[in-house]
Design a protein around this ligand. Structure first.
Ligand SMILES: [Zn+2]
Length: 327
């Protein structure tokens, strides 16, 4: 990483580590994609990143009258990234849409027939977008990843490019600047990189039962992380398999990053029925009313034990331990 004129230049790997360690107080809801249009590729000499960034800053301050450079980040044809405006400040990039945005300016003119994007810059754009989505828990869709082209130039209203709009980030940006182009060409590349790394530990370490009326399933062991979008909240009494424990959180999937706060669960024992028929009673003893039966091999989750009897789940269902095999 090198710094000049107050900007820091890094490669994408340095960026990924840097953004993870950076504390950001501002709420981030969208990542904007732009092209600089000018400067375009012909002004990039391979070593003048800082000078080009300074030129944009001077234009934004002296010509536009802004307090600082408009964008948070600029990507370059060689794949480098330069920092710009502080992430704690809203960018000056799309009228009416800046409040919770991160603005990425991609250096070049990506309108059809103009600059042909290098593979290095292409890789950096995909990776920086994926990293920002992961870092700020943004879903990979066209509400959180937006193109300048989708917003009216004057009002800032979203019209998906049907009215008075800039072509930015370019009519050839990843195959086009329309919402459908983004969905078909750009988002799949980003989504691959934001998918959780499959866990190698598929081993159940314990079982836990939900004690809250509804328990959110999150994508990280962190109450501020996004809710899992492929699994509904767990309900009271549901038994969860625990594969990993981390600072008060349980991972409850063998292959997905699905986490719940452990404090809203209670430990349960796991047992299987050994008798052909096992009577279920309303209390811990044969004098209690019989309310049903389990059959051999059935899996049971025990929340309480008393006098060699086990209570199954949240209801008053008790069975004798004599006919259970515990793990
Ligand atoms: Zn733009």
């Amino acid at each position: 990483m090198t710094t000049k004129f107050g900007f820091t230049k890094m490669d994408i790997q340095e960026f990924e580590a840097w953004i993870d360690s950076l504390k950001v107080a501002r709420t981030v809801l969208t990542v904007q994609q732009h092209h600089t249009y000018s400067p375009s590729y012909q002004l990039f000499k391979g070593n003048n990143h800082f000078e080009l960034q300074k030129g944009m800053q001077d234009y934004h301050i002296n010509h536009n009258g802004w307090a600082a450079i408009g964008q948070h980040f600029t990507t370059f044809p060689d794949g480098a990234i330069l920092t710009g405006r502080s992430l704690e400040k809203s960018p000056a990039c799309i009228t009416g849409q800046n409040a919770n945005a991160i603005c990425i300016e991609n250096l070049g003119n990506f309108d059809t027939g103009k600059d042909s994007m290098t593979v290095e810059q292409r890789d950096t754009i995909v990776r920086i977008t994926a990293k920002l989505c992961t870092r700020f828990s943004l879903p990979v869709n066209t509400n959180s990843i937006v193109y300048h082209h989708w917003f009216d130039l004057t009002s800032g209203q979203r019209n998906n490019g049907t009215k008075n709009n800039k072509s930015c980030p370019g009519t050839a940006f990843f195959g086009g600047n329309k919402v459908s182009d983004c969905e078909n060409n750009f988002l799949p590349l980003v989504a691959v990189l934001t998918q959780p790394t499959p866990q190698i530990t598929g081993q159940i370490i314990k079982y836990a039962m939900v004690t809250a009326s509804s328990l959110n399933i999150r994508t990280r062991p962190d109450p501020s992380s996004a809710k899992a979008n492929d699994r509904a909240a767990a309900t009271l009494g549901a038994v969860l398999r625990v594969y990993e424990e981390k600072s008060g959180w349980y991972r409850i999937s063998a292959s997905q990053q699905h986490w719940v706060a452990a404090k809203f669960t209670a430990g349960v024992k796991h047992a299987t029925v050994t008798a052909n028929t096992l009577n279920v009673r309303t209390g811990p003893g044969t004098s209690f009313e019989k309310v049903g039966a389990y059959t051999k091999g059935q899996e049971l989750f025990i929340v309480e034990q008393k006098n060699k009897w086990s209570r199954i789940g949240m209801d008053n269902k008790w069975v004798s331990n004599d006919f259970l095999a515990f793990d």
